[in-house]
Every structure is written in C-alpha cells, then in structure tokens.
Ligand binder design. Structure first.
Ligand SMILES: [Zn+2]
Length: 609
C-alpha cells in the first residue's frame, strides 16, 4: 500500500464530494442528493447523481460511478495516486514524500502544476507590460480605440508581449524558471536562424486563456499592425487542448447557467465587448470549429446555444455543418447573422446592448437559418430550389432528438416548399440517422462485457449483486451473511473481491461506507478495475429502489450458494464423465460426494419454489 489507509480516509473526508464535483460541473440540489448532466456521456436530462451522505456519485445513464477519487481519476484522466495527491493538496494534508514510485507517478501532475505556474507568471508579466511599458503605447491605443474599459481589460487580464522577442524569456529566466519549462509551456521556441530561444508571441496584444477553473493554460496574441497571422495561439501543451476550450467560460459560466443560454462568438474582442456591455453569457471558440468536446461542455451549462456570425458570408455555410453536432446532443440552436460587415463588437458599440439582445431573442433556429441561406441564392418555387433546401436542412432535421420537434420542422418545411409531409418523411428515412447520432455503448452492453465469466447468467449476477447491496446498505446484516457465505462462494470475481474487502473492514470494526470500500479496493490493488467501484456506487445509490426485508437476505444467501453448488456439480459431472469416457476407474468416494451434492441442490431448489 503506497499511502496508508487512514490517510486516504482522512483525505476523502476532508474533500466534500459535492464541493469537488461542483468545481467541474453545475450541481443542482434535489432532495438529499445533487443532480447534473453526466460529464461522462451525452445526455439531455440529468441522470448523474451525487450523494453527499454516501460520499459517492453514480450515473444512471452510463453506469459511471465511484467516490471522489474515482471522479477525479475519470475526469482528469489521472491515476488513483495522483487523485489522492491532488485532493490531499486541496485539503492541505501533507503526504509522506519519500516513496520513489509515488514521485514517478506524480511526475505528470507536477508538470501540469508547473505549467499553470509559469503561465500565471507569464500572464502577470504581459499584463504589467501593457500597463506600464513605454513600448506598449500602440497596444494601449488600440484597446482604447476599441472602447475597452480598464476594468474589462483587468478582468480578462489582457497584456502586451514586447516586440524584442526576448522580454518574457529574460524576465522568466531571471526569476529562476528554466528554458525547458518555458518551452514546454509553449511560451518560447528555438529559432534555428538565430540559434537561440525567443518568445513565441511578440509585439502582440495578449489574451490569457483559462480553463473553467480559472487556471491559465495558454495565450492568444493579436498582432499590432499588418503582420500575419493576425491571431496566434500558444501551441497545445500538457494543459492546453484547443478543441476543449471555450474562451472566457470561467468568467461566463454563472451567467450562462442563470440564463440557460450560451452565446458563442468568433473572436476574443467580441467576447470582451459583450461582457463590457453586460452580455456576460458569451464565450468564443479558439478559431476552431465546434468539436464534440465543446458540445459536451456546452450541454453541461445550458440548453440553448446562440451562435453569432459576423455576416452571411460563404464561410458561414461551411461552419454551420459543425452545428449539427449541437442539435444531435439535444441542444436548441439559434443563429444570429449581424448585418453585412459588422461584428458583435461594432454592433454593440454603435447600436447598444438593448438592440443586441433583441437580435439574440429574434434569432432564427438553425433550420430556419439554413433555409434563409438557400433562399438567398435559389428560388424556392422551382424544383431545383426545393431539392436544394431539402438537401440543406434534412440532415439537420434528422438529428433533432425530440420527435415532436422533428415533426414540427417537417410540417413547416412542407408548407414552405409545397411538398407533402409524407414525401419529406420518406426522404428523412433515407438519411441514415445512425451516422448522425452519438455512438454510445449501452450500460447493459458494458455490464455484459464485465461479467464475461461463462457462469454469468442473469440469475447469478442478480443474486450476488443483491447480497453485496444488502451488505453495503445494511451493514448490520453482515454478521448473518458472513456465517453462511464466503467470498469464494461468489462466482463473479469482482464481487468476490468486494465481499472480501467488506469482511475485512467488518473484522476491523470499521464502518462499511461505500466510499471506504472503494478506497480499500483501489489502494490495495491498483490494477483492480475501476468498474468495481462503479458497481458499488450503483448498488449503494439504488438502495431506495430495493425493498428490504430479512427474508430477502435468506433467499439471496441460498441463491448465491446454490449457484456455487451448481457450478461445482457441473465441474464434478464433467470430471466423472471424462474419467468414464477414458475407461478409468472412478473412486466411490467421488461418486458419493457427487450424489450428495445433487441431493442438496435438489433440496435447495425445492426450497426456492
Ligand atoms: Zn453518464
């Protein structure tokens, strides 16, 4: 055991699971539990439950579950040890530092930590330059011209990267940071031409990019003057994945949740201006099309997505394809196209926030917007125009999850182009809906995979899970069960292991909280499947559904033992048959044993009926 059990208990108890998880996703209190949209699968209605009493989470949709360590492991893609270390740090608990193996496994999290730190340092440096440096005069003038107020500039931590190309490098090295770390963070690059390192971003206005927990993970730089590219981002690093980040989500998330609406813009300055004008539920992608990761993040915060484009340009049509992803995950998608040649920034400053909000509230649905685009270039009364519209919007309509909404869209389209609904529905059927939907392995399929053991008929699974469920939720029954059933009586290996841990805890007079059982399983055997903790979580949280009575315990005990005996009987029968086949002598003892077992089995089966 790398970290002593008592310390793991202490760390878990010091990290309230509700507080930790709500650092990642919005939780809503319902009764004694908390609910959220599951971060581990795509869904429209929340089936992700957090129980503060039991210190566990469980998703009824995808089956994911566990305690606070499991959540971190899964969400941050880190090991058990790393999760323990992070939560220890969060709670201010120090861990014994002498284990070489632990140091190795925490190397990655150390690296992430130093990347956050150097990024923070760089952001402070850029910000100070913008505020004080003489060479930043042009940058200050530019921001001033765009009407950005000082408080917004500070809130977003804007900065200026000096034109020398060595400003950050020198300042950071003077502070004792290594070039290696600066390079890992994407802040400096090696220039073959100069045979030396130089700043990645220079003579640019700097937009620090933060994750949802407000840790700085990268930088965007806008050029001053005509140099290309106009915008340049840091390269991807161990803490920065472009396709997973929405700019300013850390500042916008509260407003997004409150309004149940997220506004997605194209550029950094658009976001700043929106926030300055009080439209605080706005974010931007980092110059990429929407990815599945984006969609999954968005659906955790809001049900309605408003996409704002600068104008109805040709580029917009291509970008629209990405929006089908949003429809496919059950989000409401609206599109605002501002008048030709204006971006949100211009619009807000010339027309004001009220008119901007009106544009938002009058925005078209994605389907209507698509129709509008087609109608601008083709006549919808011609058969050519009708075909064009159908081709443009049916793939989007096919993705709408709500069948009533889908039907409505078909009806509208039918009226618009005077083609009857049946024909459109036929066309819709021809679109292979499957290719437009998320690929989700069902929970049942996964469970089936876990219990690949040949003996795993439904009955075994049900009985063994039932018994473990009783022990987790009604520890006072353990004494009775234990007298009858050993861990080896459980045919499903994972459950047998859980039972062993429960008995051990019971012997030590420890409480049998599901969260503790999970920790024991992990800390004793790191290879042991995370799936086991999911099973424990699901058994613990489904407790209310299971009606409990003492009679149930007896029935389950009998069933578990019977399954075990059946397996034994099968094995003995095979052995005896094989001996007979080969003409070998069979000991009479063996036959007696076999017959006794069969008799027992018959008896217990009669009992069950
Ligand atoms: Zn889920």
């Amino acid at each position: 055991m790398a970290i002593p059990g008592y310390l793991i208990d202490q760390i878990r108890q010091s990290n309230n699971i509700v507080e930790v998880i709500s650092g990642y996703l919005p939780l809503k209190k319902i009764g004694s539990n908390f609910k959220a949209l599951c971060p581990f699968h795509q869904e429209k209605t929340p089936s992700f439950i957090v129980s503060p009493q039991k210190e566990i989470f469980h998703c009824f949709g995808c089956g994911e579950g566990g305690n606070v360590f499991n959540f971190l492991m899964k969400h941050e893609k880190i090991s058990f040890i790393e999760a323990v270390e992070r939560l220890a740090e969060r709670a201010g608990i120090s861990l014994p530092k002498d284990r070489a193996s632990r140091e190795e496994s925490s190397r990655v999290s150390q690296e992430r930590k130093s990347l956050f730190e150097i990024n923070r340092h760089a952001a402070d440096f850029f910000h100070r330059c913008l505020k004080n440096s003489i060479s930043a005069q042009k940058a200050r003038e530019y921001l001033n011209k765009r009407g950005l107020k000082e408080e917004v500039i500070d809130k977003f931590g804007l900065g200026y990267a000096p034109g020398s190309g060595r400003g950050l490098l020198e300042a950071a090295v003077n502070k004792g940071y290594s070039k290696e770390l600066l390079e890992k963070a994407g802040l400096i690059t090696f220039s073959e031409k100069r045979n030396d390192y130089r700043d990645q971003l220079f003579d640019r206005i700097i937009f620090p990019i933060s994750d949802v927990q407000s840790r700085i993970i990268a930088f965007g730089g806008r050029v001053l003057g005509e140099r290309l590219p106009k915008y340049l981002n840091s390269p991807e690093t161990a803490v920065f994945y472009k396709g997973k980040i929405l700019y300013a989500l850390n500042l916008a998330k509260e407003s997004i949740q409150k309004k149940n609406q997220i506004i997605i813009l194209e550029g950094y300055t658009d976001v700043l201006t929106c926030h300055q004008f009080g439209v605080e539920n706005s974010v931007a992608t980092l110059g990429t099309a929407l990815t599945r990761d984006h969609v999954s993040i968005i659906s955790r915060y809001a049900e309605e997505v408003v996409i704002v484009y600068d104008a109805d340009t040709a580029g917009v049509k291509a970008a629209l394809r990405g929006l089908d992803l949003l429809i496919g995950s059950g989000l409401k998608v609206k599109v605002v196209a501002l008048p030709q040649g204006t971006d949100p920034d211009d619009f807000l400053r010339s027309q004001g926030a009220e008119k901007f909000q009106r544009e938002i509230s009058q925005s078209l649905s994605l389907v209507d917007y698509r129709i509008k685009l087609v109608s601008q270039t083709t006549d919808l009364n011609t058969s050519e125009g009708k075909v064009a519209v159908v081709e443009e919007v049916l793939p989007t309509i096919a993705r709408i999850k709500n069948l009533i909404e889908q039907k409505e869209e078909i009806k509208k389209l039918s009226r618009l182009i005077s083609v009857d609904e049946e024909t459109l529905l036929l066309e819709l059927g021809r679109i292979n809906r499957k290719t437009y939907q998320w690929q989700e392995p069902s929970y049942r399929e996964e469970l089936a995979r876990d219990f690949r053991d040949p003996t795993s008929q439904q009955g075994v699974l049900k009985a063994e899970k039932g018994l473990v469920q009783v022990m987790i939720n009604y520890p006072e029954e353990i004494e009775t069960i234990r007298a009858e059933v050993t861990p080896e009586d459980f045919l499903i290996n994972d459950l047998s292991r859980v039972v062993k841990v429960i008995y051990e805890l019971y012997d030590k007079k420890k409480s049998i909280d599901p969260a503790i059982v999970m920790d024991r399983i992990y800390s004793e055997d790191l290879q042991f499947s995370a799936k086991v903790n999911q099973i424990i979580a699901s058994l613990a949280i489904e407790e209310k559904k299971a009606e409990f009575s003492p009679g149930i315990v007896n029935a389950l005990v009998n069933e578990v033992k019977t399954h075990k005996s059946e397996k034994k009987e099968r094995k003995m029968r095979e052995e005896l048959a094989s001996l007979a086949d080969r003409g070998l002598p069979v000991q009479s003892e063996k036959i007696e044993k076999f017959q006794k077992l069969r008799k027992q089995l018959k008896g217990s089966k009669n009992e069950r009926v």
